[in-house]
Design a binder for this molecule. Structure first.
Ligand code: SF4
Ligand code: FE
Length: 484
């Protein structure tokens, strides 16, 4: 297993093509816009080696028996699924931000089980290829991004009917040694600071979309792979100040990028689906289930830190004994722990797959994520309520440090007399970073938008069974002893 610094050094050895604000970036590890995201991901390495966290963050490879980072592990029990959630909460508490490595972890688990199913039915050898990649990922302790969401163009049309064929990633050419792919994946978390990308189809596919039913792995610096790093709320603060960033070490969200594939060559050994359109939905559902399972883990960890910031700020501002403040803190805890309950429940109710691996209960995982789209907004509302209007009007760190007016800012921004003004500023900026703009939108759309969860919930809801339960009670139609 690598340390965080070895991970940073391994990224320095790569040459990914990355653009940000119209500029090509030479080294993302040493650039202020990227460093917080690298730091958050680096913690997934350091914590796996720390005695107090290794129980959660390290695992034993079912392939080699070696000690590996859990982010490269395939779940083989309910305990593995529960440990993932506890791991995400523990890391989220330390980073207060997205640490990105879960997406590729969930992708590897989904592709592991689906390639097994494809091979079983079609006689292909995708699973063996995936196992070989997995051994490399485990032994080199690689960070893999999970790239699922295509730009999608006109949402009314399937992939093959789009005016521009590149709006979904697709095969352009099949060769004896591999395939050429074009297209793009959008909103990809941790993309620029991963070692490679696991690319998966974004939705169910029909026969006419077979060229779009592809799954493959490419190194982050493969020729033709281009990254355009997204903007975030207040991202210029990463370049011109420190305290005002709020979370200077780990940033506010994962650092998402648009990944363009411009006629990229992928050798067959890294292709895990190529035309088997009837398995695209299973892959989407298993990946979505794995990632939605997570959200009551990582977001609860972040919320633990946010609740702590609100409690500390209330003390700094002299409001901590007010009953309505205490009540709001309790409400935040209630909402956060409800999310955690959901993640633990869908893990405990997980199911074994033919490949021998485990996935969370799909219905409960989707419920988990749908609750996150609501509870995190309510938690943010309560945090902003506790913080007060100063959250939106606090003078800049530069004014507080200005030799002429800094003393005024310090004097009038002070609350409780014996607590330095700087403490209040730091807490307010942390709460601002965790509850505004990009951070909130990630809770809505990360791991799929709410409607995507509703569609999967409806598919799994078994309304027919519920109807039969009601009919029996109301003495309508046949009256079996039990409704099954
Ligand atoms: Fe992991 Fe949470 Fe970030 Fe998704 S949002 S990558 S689950 S930390
Ligand atoms: Fe996310």
């Amino acid at each position: 297993m690598m340390t965080g610094n070895q991970y940073r050094e391994s990224l320095r050895q790569l040459r990914p093509e990355v653009y940000y604000l119209g500029q090509k970036i030479d080294s993302i590890v040493d650039h202020p816009a990227f460093a917080p995201h690298v730091n958050a991901a680096a913690l997934t390495y350091d914590m796996a080696l720390a005695p107090e966290f290794e129980e959660l963050l390290a695992a034993t490879s079912h392939l080699t028996g070696d000690r590996i980072n859990r982010f490269t592990h395939i779940h083989h029990s309910h305990d593995d699924l529960v440990k993932k959630i506890k791991m995400l909460r523990a890391i989220g508490q330390q980073t207060g931000s997205c640490f990105q490595r879960c997406v590729g972890h969930d992708g590897l688990n989904a592709v592991y089980s689906v390639t097994y199913d494809i091979d079983h039915k079609m006689g292909t050898d995708y699973h063996t290829r995936l196992v070989n990649l997995l051994k490399e990922v485990q032994s080199r302790d690689l960070m893999v991004s999970g790239a699922m969401t295509d730009p999608k163009g006109d949402r009314r049309l399937p992939p093959s009917q789009q005016k521009d064929p590149d709006l979904y990633v697709h095969v352009v050419e099949r060769k004896s040694d591999g395939i050429i792919v074009s297209g793009a994946k959008a909103h990809i978390t941790g993309a620029v600071n991963s070692h490679g990308h696991l690319v998966m189809p974004t939705s169910a596919m029909r026969e006419g979309d077979a060229d779009y039913a592809i799954c493959f792995y490419v190194p982050v610096d493969a020729p033709g792979v281009i990254h355009v790093f997204g903007r975030q709320t207040n991202d210029m603060r990463k370049c011109d100040c420190t305290i005002d960033q709020g979370n200077v070490e780990y940033g506010i969200v994962g650092g998402e990028a648009l990944i363009v594939f411009d006629k990229v060559f992928v050798p067959w050994e890294h292709v895990f689906m190529c035309g088997e359109y009837e398995f695209a939905y299973d892959l989407v559902e298993r990946f979505a289930t794995a990632h939605r399972q997570n959200y009551g883990g990582c977001k609860t960890g972040l919320t633990d830190a946010l609740i702590g910031a609100c409690y500390a700020l209330a003390q700094v501002q002299g409001t901590d004994r007010a009953s309505h403040i205490r009540d709001k803190l309790v409400e935040m805890v209630h909402l956060a722990e409800t999310l955690y309950c959901c993640s633990i429940a869908c893990s405990c109710q997980g199911i074994a797959l033919p490949a021998g691996s485990y996935m969370a209960d799909p219905l409960l995982a989707n419920i988990t994520k749908l609750n996150v789209t609501r509870h995190i907004y309510e938690i943010a509302r309560l945090a902003q309520d506790i913080a007060g209007g100063i959250l939106a009007t606090m003078p800049a760190e530069m004014d507080w440090k200005n030799p002429k007016i800094g003393s005024y800012v310090d004097k009038y921004m002070k609350a409780v007399a014996d607590v330095p003004t700087e403490t209040r500023i730091r807490l307010i900026r942390l709460i601002e970073a965790m509850t505004c703009g990009t951070a909130l939108a990630e809770s809505m759309h990360g791991a799929g938008s709410p409607q995507a969860q509703r569609i999967m919930i409806e598919r799994r809801a078994n309304l027919g069974h519920k109807k039969r339960l009601a009919e029996k009670l109301a003495k309508i139609g046949e009256q079996p002893l039990f409704v099954s």
